[in-house]
Design a protein around this ligand. Structure first.
Ligand code: ADP
Ligand code: MG
Length: 318
């Protein structure tokens, strides 16, 4: 199969419904209409086999995850998804694999209304780069740098499930069958928090998505904002699956495990009540306050005043 056949068969989706796409797949480059009152928000992430997903992950899950991790970055910026491009490198033109990959990619793209407008197809070790483009109202992008002392620290969903899922795949952790399935699903098919982001963006002072673990990603907000944090480890949201583990191990996954793609954000106290009622009147109510921003620059303390570092899980006191 020739490269052009691959593009025509698997990656030339109908984007005529997306009026902003003047030219999509098929010309030398895409031509897109950017509304005058918006700013373009763009990000790229690469997934490499054996590094960013386990070697035997299904093609469909790889297609899903490659786009999901990028949509998560748009969610963290408070941006609405608009377009994406795909650079696909694969060892061979395998029809079954391409069919699964493109179906995983396309169903997530349709779910969030993002159009595939171009890409590149090459031969080599399996690697997928997706560049997403989204739109925000001018000056309204959610940055890492806006957190102030006193702001409340929130997260979406439950933490640590993907990290536990990875350990079960690697044979280093045993969970009951349904818990294992849940955790592996969180690892392989994360859901970008775009619906939550629409509400959060109206209230938050800073936001990031959790890709490298709560403590690591929280420290990015702290450095960018020049502040510290006090978190209560008893408030960290854990799934039913993680609650079956010893608490110290569950907390280790939740605080330092990667691949959650939850949102971590700060809400000024004056906005908190309004934020919570906006959350409650939507379908997406699973946010949890886990602490507060402090003046201690770049440090994270727990409820016992112990210092937490991204790798220091042995110091956790549940
Ligand atoms: P060029 O030689 O001009 O770079 P290509 O042969 O790489 O052209 O691509 C032809 C067209 O197909 C371009 O519009 C490109 O954006 C698109 N394309 C190539 N690979 C992909 C892909 N994996 N997914 C989506 N579009 C692709
Ligand atoms: Mg090319």
């Amino acid at each position: 199969m020739h490269e052009f056949d691959v593009i025509a068969r698997y990656f030339s989706w109908d984007t005529t419904a997306t009026r902003s796409v003047v030219r999509g797949v098929g010309d030398d480059a895409a031509v897109l209409d950017v509304p005058a009152d918006k700013q373009l928000v763009t990000s790229i992430d690469t997934l490499i086999s054996g590094v960013h997903f386990p070697q035997h992950t299904s093609a469909q899950a790889i297609g899903h995850k490659a786009l999901a991790v990028n949509l998560s970055d748009l969610a963290a910026m408070g941006a609405n998804p608009a377009w994406f491009t795909l650079a696909l490198t694969m060892p061979e033109m395998n029809n079954d694999w391409l069919k699964g990959f493109s179906s995983g990619l396309q169903s997530l793209a349709q779910q969030y209304g993002i159009a595939l407008v171009g890409g590149d197809t090459t031969r080599g070790t399996l690697s997928i780069s997706i560049q997403v483009m989204g739109l925000v109202d001018k000056g309204k992008a959610l940055l890492r740098s806006g957190a102030k002392a006193g702001d409340k620290i929130y997260v979406t969903g439950t933490l640590g499930d993907a990290a536990a899922g990875l350990q079960t795949i690697l044979g280093k952790l045993k969970l009951a069958a349904t818990d294992q399935q849940f955790c592996q699903q969180q690892l392989n098919q994360p859901q970008p928090r775009l619906h939550e982001s629409c509400i959060i963006s109206g209230f938050a002072s800073a936001c990031i998505d959790i890709s490298d673990g709560l403590l690591q990603d929280l420290s990015h907000i702290l450095v960018a904002s020049g502040v510290g944090a006090r978190i209560d480890t008893r408030k960290i949201p854990l799934s039913a699956a993680l609650k079956t583990l010893e608490r110290a191990q569950a907390l280790q996954f939740a605080l330092s495990g990667g691949d959650d793609y939850a949102l971590l954000f700060t809400i000024p106290v004056a906005q908190e009540e309004q934020f919570l009622s906006a959350m409650q009147s939507s379908m997406y109510t699973d946010v949890q306050c886990i602490g507060v921003i402090s003046n201690d620059k770049n440090t994270i303390h727990d409820q016992h005043n112990h210092l937490l570092t991204a790798t220091g899980y042995q110091h956790f006191h549940a």
